[in-house]
Write a protein of this length. Sequence first.
Length: 529
Amino acid sequence: MVLLFESVTLSIIAIFTAAFTGVYLYFTRNFNFWKKRGIPYLKPTPFVGNLKELVFQKIGIGHHLQKIYDEYKDVPYVGLFSFDQPSLLIRDLELVKNILVKDSQNFADRVITFNEVVDPLFGKTMFTLKGQRWRHIRVNLTPVFTSGKMKKMFYLVKKCAEELDDYLDRATANGSSVEVKEAMARFTTDVIASCAFGIDSNSLKNPDAEFRYHLRNVFGSSVMKEFSILMAFFPSSLPKLFRPKYVDNSTSDFIRRTVWSTVEYREKHGMDRKDFLDSMIELRNRGKHITQTDSPENGQKDSPKFKIDGDDFVAQAFAFLAAGFETSATTMSFALFELALQPRIQRRLRTEIAQVLRKHSGELTYDGMQEMSYLDMVVSEILRKYPVLPFLDRKCVRDYELPDPSGKRTVILPAGTGVYIPVMAIQHDPKYYPEPEKFDPERFTDEKKQSRPNYTYFPFGEGPRVCIGLRFGLMQVKAGLIQILSRYEVAPCKDTPVSITFDPRTFLLSAIGEIPLSFNRRRSEDTSG
């Protein structure tokens, strides 16, 4: 009996050992990839590659890539392993230009992958679609985000900015500080709900508003935080296996219900708000008359007609919501934090705001906002120091010849390889931005911008996949800051952190904890700074 037990035990151990060996060999099978090509690379760890610190949430993605960028100076690129998959970190600015712009057709897709069957709202947005489907959506939605369309939409943003002023009045009535992360999130929720969905979400008036609840459910969910690394680094096949779901059924159903009820109401009553949803309805109605021969799926890559409906339609509205809410709220929070710590910069900015508002009879207008050059410098410096998306990802869709600094060999990057461009690292490189941790809007004078190399500042990306909503994002950030600074002096309070601590669990740059600030109402006659 003892011998039988020992035999069974040895068999189990042998099976376990064989299974472990097989898994180990599978996850290390590519670890000579960069060595064989003569490319400098980080030594990988079995099973996690070079992502150990990310997997255990010791550091955020942007800071992880920045560490590698700083460690490997004087090389154009560095080989990495995303779990078991080879990928490449790009350091050379000329190669950045080639990947994002000049040779962008070779890097048309993103590495980030969502499963559109499990997660149709994320999976069908223009940000995650690939190949011809992405191009078709992008080409037809680009006219929705022209400066002319933004100008027509500005009255909606202005209305939300005025409601932000009312919110701050109530919040500071008894001398309390304001937690700006929550306040700015409510403001951008109201803006996006108004411009993308045509409804008043009332988030500034009601912290438990349904729209605010569902947005918090998406971006504050444990699933989004714990699995954000899956989006950025997992091979495209793995989400099909693990099937992480980032938007739960309740939120998906709420978004669908909100979109279709609003579309139905507008079409029934002939309502025209000149917002994002109106533009989408116009595209959808034009596409209803598409014929089978017009369809891009039948060989016409650039069909003059565009068909979009169902979840494809809802997903683009959701993309506008997802891209415009969190990123803008975070940017405004970082801006208020820096301005509170830099009263001299804040006074200069307030003076410009007051002068331009007087020029426009005290009214906040779209044209007046465009005249505020120092505001643009301040926002640009915030986006340099705190790029909300701290890296760009692209997938090589066909074999690509990399430039070899030595000129002695040909280096081919195989199709399917992921490449990462460390936006934060480049925008914090002292070679381009001396004292990079210092907040200094003067970096963005015309003279300073012209003196720097190209592709040292791209918080919205570059090339065909540049952020389609960058004009809208800047518009709501600037409008909110103008409304605040024209009426309040922002200062640190006793609970204001000395510096920002970043959350390592999300691929977006986000602060851990609250950012409370003091808002002191300025007298109407005292607006010059």
